[in-house]
Design a binder for this molecule. Sequence first.
Ligand SMILES: O=C(O)c1ccccc1N[C@@H]1O[C@H](COP(=O)(O)O)[C@@H](O)[C@H]1O
Length: 238
Amino acid sequence: MRPWFPETLVQPVRKQPGSPNSHSPETEAGRRIMKTRVKICGLTRVSDIKAAVASGADAIGLVFYEPSPRAVTIEQAEVLARHIPAFVSLVGLFVNPPEAQVRDVLKRIPLDLLQFHGDESAGFCAQFERRWIKAVRVQQAGQIEKAFSDYYLASGLLVDAWDPVRFGGTGQSFNWDLIPPERTLPLILAGGLSSDNVFDAVKKVRPWAVDVSGGVEKSKGIKDIEKMSEFIKEAHRV
Ligand SMILES: O=C(O)c1ccccc1N[C@@H]1O[C@H](COP(=O)(O)O)[C@@H](O)[C@H]1O
């Protein structure tokens, strides 16, 4: 298994002969230099997008899954997308979508990344000529290792809590001990994160990025400016 690590993003640090790779996140140098990326998901208002960007969000997620209380229409998304500045990524979240739905959204919304949060196959995810990440709803040991292999063409693997009814956005966390330390793709940690636990989560899991929805809301689909700002501060404090 070829471990994934963004070596180009880490300042080269001279390595002592015989010491571990100084570019690894497990080393002191890696720890000092890595900044955990933050995605805020499920925004429905321009004012929330502006606040998330001003707080330092690296990515904004729009939900194209109708049963979600955070879902937006293509028309709403067109307006929201105009407020995403350069160097902030716009992510479109789908759950088991018909192929035509993804294509319709892509025709009108300048998405940087597709997030597939259902039971989509790797072949399905890879057909849109757009970078994509795959969510795994973690229930048992070994599932994440298998997903690293099944979805090796993804730009990242998102790990979220499993729920018998809902596909995500549940506000529930899961057992982080099930996350393997060896990773072949950038790992995005999600599920029940908030400013209360994101520091511990980043410290323990050392993810490439964190993704939050419910933990920074006032009510479903309505974000709380203070909570977003506090969340990003805490994620970067590690
Ligand atoms: O946000 C939603 O409504 C949603 C609906 C269906 C699938 C995924 C959804 N959101 C994603 O779920 C995780 C965890 O969210 P939370 O922080 O626990 O509320 C996150 O990756 C969202 O992008």
